[in-house]
Write a protein that binds this ligand. Structure first.
Ligand SMILES: *[C@@H]1O[C@H](CO)[C@@H](O)[C@H](O)[C@H]1NC(C)=O
Length: 83
């Protein structure tokens, strides 16, 4: 069985392509993977134009035919008001 609860998709990738049809519009045009490094195990997500609303917990779920793995990271955003 496979069950998943998730509030929104930040970025998804399969069949060797970014698959952004169901991406939350808040992240549109701001996310990227390092595609040339995925096969070497680098699944890092690039997030551009970070804002305070981006702060929070992110789940990275990855699966291959051999295994599945998931990891949570917490993004903290700090800023300063400039006059
Ligand atoms: C993944 O690649 C990016 C771009 O080269 C780099 O900045 C990042 O540190 C790498 N992450 C890991 C976990 O190696």
């Amino acid at each position: 069985d496979y069950i998943r609860w998730q509030s929104s998709i930040v970025h998804s990738y399969y069949d060797e392509l970014d698959q952004l049809g169901y991406q939350n519009p808040l992240y549109k045009g701001r996310t990227s993977l390092f595609n040339d490094q995925i096969s070497g195990g680098n699944l890092s997500l690039g997030l551009a134009r970070v804002n305070l609303q981006d702060q929070g917990r992110y789940l990275c779920y990855a699966s291959t035919s051999q295994k599945n793995q998931e990891t949570f990271i917490t993004l903290t955003v700090r800023g300063e008001l400039k006059s």
